[in-house]
Design a protein around this ligand. Structure first.
Ligand code: SF4
Ligand code: SF4
Length: 343
């Protein structure tokens, strides 16, 4: 059976999974331990040329930015390879890709001059805006002063095309007078228990269920696998918006790190021909939104349900995939390194 793959109207280009940080909640299991494997210029061009025909501008216009429109450059931390980031922006601009922005954890914003110089050059090359990560997890690695600097300088350079993700955390950190780095354990002392994950987006997927084990239990209950069998994917899995395209050529659905819908270097033929489900059993179960089927499939390979239960559907999904990936080669479970960097 052939399944059509959604035409991406927005998304993120992962230049590499290498990051200066190793956030406990990272959906893509990024860290300094990854091989750089930065996207080659050849693949960069191939992918961007095809995305140029599908990416849609922000509803406010192609000169502006919105989270679920346009194209963003991401990682890992894209500023770890500033030259490549500049090249990517240049090519996107030549191709008239609308509403481009870069996502960063601001580790590189060590002084005003350097911050301004790098952002200004990206703007001159055609970048429209910037998204600055603010959450309790990156804060373990990046001094808050660098984030404050990045926000201040970005306002000067990009004006309104600045997004703080997430603003509510920024508001809280400012209110608490946060300085330097803060460990997650100390963050929990500052946070009111009832406010944890309140008014913010927090998905328990990727690395989070493993690296936050023992911390999340007091905020979120765990359930047996069957509880999630018929629950739809949240955030949604097959969708046209905010998908990702990585440096290995994987078309990553939504925020689902470690899953490949196919080769985005051949995006046009992938969209035209779709995916033969029989060749990709894990995709087959996920696309049909049947985690019960995937669970049974994994059990046949010897997967044992976690006695203590799962925080979320994505926790169950990743735990199954982490198990399957070492049992057999599944072409849809890529990149393999993702599964090695979860813990
Ligand atoms: S969440 Fe962002 S900053 Fe943190 S490890 Fe992942 S890519 Fe790096
Ligand atoms: S359950 Fe799996 S496929 Fe669905 S959103 Fe979560 S990680 Fe993605």
């Amino acid at each position: 059976m052939i399944k059509q793959i959604p035409k991406p109207i927005s998304g993120g280009l992962i230049l590499s999974y290498k990051c200066s940080a190793e956030c406990r909640h990272c959906m893509y299991a990024c860290s300094p331990k990854w091989n750089g494997d930065w996207i080659s210029q050849e693949d960069l061009k191939k992918i961007l040329m095809q995305l140029a025909g599908t990416i849609e501008p922000s509803p406010y216009g192609s000169e502006t930015m919105s989270l679920n429109y346009g194209l963003h450059f991401t990682g890992g931390e894209p500023f770890l390879n500033y030259e490549l980031l500049c090249k990517a922006v240049e090519i996107a601009e030549e191709l008239n890709i609308p509403s481009t922005f870069v996502e960063t954890n601001c580790c590189w914003c060590v002084n005003d001059e350097l911050t301004r110089e790098k952002l200004q050059l990206l703007k001159e090359k055609g970048l429209r805006g910037i998204l600055i990560s603010v959450n309790p997890f990156y804060l373990e690695y990046v001094p808050f002063e660098r984030t404050e600097r990045a926000i201040r300088v970005s306002q000067e350079v990009f004006g309104k095309n600045l997004m703080i993700y997430q603003k509510e955390y920024y508001r809280r950190f400012k209110e608490w007078g946060v300085k330097d780095r803060v460990s997650f354990e100390n963050y929990l002392k500052l946070e009111k228990k009832e406010d944890f994950a309140k008014n913010v987006e927090f998905f328990i997927m990727g690395r989070a269920p493993y690296k936050l084990e023992g911390k999340l239990e007091e905020f979120f209950p765990k359930y047996q696998a069957a509880y999630f069998f018929n629950e739809p994917c949240r955030p949604s899995f097959l969708r046209s918006w905010h998908n990702h395209f990585d440096n290995y050529g994987n078309y990553v659905p939504g925020y689902c790190g470690g899953i490949s819908l196919g080769d985005c270097r051949n995006l046009e033929s992938l969209l035209e021909e779709g995916v033969e489900i029989e060749e990709y059993p894990v995709l087959g179960f996920l696309i049909n939104e049947d985690l019960k089927g995937l669970f049974q499939f994994a059990k046949d390979f010897g997967y044992m349900e976690l006695r203590e239960g799962y925080f979320s559907k994505c926790h169950l999904c990743i735990d199954i995939r982490k198990y399957l990936v070492v049992k057999k080669e599944f072409k849809e479970l890529k990149p393999i390194e993702f599964y090695l960097h979860l813990k």
